[in-house]
Ligand binder design. Structure first.
Ligand code: ZN
Length: 339
């Protein structure tokens, strides 16, 4: 188990292997995947609304050729099997659409995720090399704590079972980071001045319904100044929180974590959102099916909505009308002014 699979435990080697696959791919591509999907929307026929080939299918098997370090090892070919990838698949799909649909976004997202990562990601998606896309995300962005891996026969199995916010949103570096300062009114407070940093945007459902626009209100509540009782031990002062701001300016897109929201609270999902003094518009959503513990995604291109579910055989389908976003895991909004 140890020496035989030495190559598999070395993330550096795997990264090299993944990047070298670029040289092996000789696909003649005249259009990007995004252009193919957009063309299929325009040419679609009523009876067949699915994209002509599966995109980012669930799971995946990545076969690697063992490198020099494994010469004495058998077998020469090893496999990596991916399981429960729906916790990253939907977001990878939406990330791809966002990056291809907005010219300035790859550069901006590259500031956070690395220019090489973004270029490689787009290249692999456009090459239909979906398992490698997932391997790139796993090795480049995820930490080892975020997945389970076991060696099973001649293959390494990586299981991504879990939560998509843990496996995807938390790995966007500081892109979604927001900061709020607070000051306690009590001069003898043990920690008068404090800074609160949050890397994701978790918004809470309203306490009572009905409400004008519960999602917009929840976003405002997340960003707005507030005064609460100070929670420092022995302090009975009031703690004043400043307006919350994005640490690195308004990000190209935001992911709102909607896990706490029930279906009845989601009857109205706004297409436009004012967020920290910037306008954002709805680009997509990820959906969660509790019974199957399965994630899928919906996104729009030119106002046409598509549903992506990696487990189906026709896994990308053009919808007749905007989807009902009642089983939300997240909402994805893009900064509006860039289009
Ligand atoms: Zn205090």
């Amino acid at each position: 188990m140890e020496s035989k699979f030495c190559i598999l435990t070395d993330a550096e080697d795997l990264r090299t292997l993944i990047s070298s696959t670029e040289d092996n791919l000789q696909i003649e591509r005249t259009r990007t995947l995004f252009e193919e999907i957009r063309a299929s929307i325009n040419n679609n026929e009523e009876e067949d609304r699915s994209f002509w080939r599966p995109v980012l299918p669930w799971g995946g098997v990545y076969t690697i050729r063992a490198g020099r370090r494994a010469i004495s090892c058998t077998p020469l070919y090893v496999k990596i099997s991916l399981k429960n990838t729906c916790t990253i698949d939907g977001f990878l799909m939406i990330l791809y659409i966002i990056l291809r649909d907005n010219h300035s976004f790859p550069r901006e997202v590259g500031i956070f995720l690395g220019r090489q990562f973004v270029e490689h990601f787009l290249y692999l998606m456009d090459s239909y090399d979906y398992t490698t896309v997932k391997m790139l995300w796993i090795w480049d962005r995820m930490s080892k704590r975020q997945y389970r891996s076991v060696i099973h026969h001649a293959a390494l199995e990586i299981d991504l079972f879990g939560n998509e916010h843990e496996n995807f949103t938390k790995n966007l570096e500081t892109m979604l980071s927001t900061m709020q300062e607070s000051l306690c009114t009590n001069w003898s407070c043990p920690a008068r001045f404090q800074e609160f940093l949050q890397r994701t945007i978790n918004i809470n459902p309203p306490h009572e319904l009905p409400h004008r626009d519960p999602i917009q209100s929840a976003v405002e509540e997340f960003f707005c100044p507030k005064i609460i009782l100070c929670k420092e031990l022995g302090c009975n002062g009031l703690r004043e929180f400043s307006q919350r701001v994005f640490c690195h300016g308004p990000p190209p897109f935001v992911i709102l974590n909607m896990q706490l929201w029930k279906s009845e609270e989601l009857s109205y999902v706004p297409y436009h959102l004012a967020l920290s003094q910037h306008r954002y518009s709805l680009e997509g959503a990820t959906l969660f099916n509790k019974e199957e513990h399965h994630y899928s995604a919906a996104f729009q291109i030119d106002g046409y909505w598509m549903h992506y579910d990696g487990l189906r055989s026709d896994n990308l389908i053009l919808l007749n009308k905007p989807p009902e976003l009642l089983l939300l895991s997240s909402l994805v909004y893009i900064r509006a002014s860039d289009k």
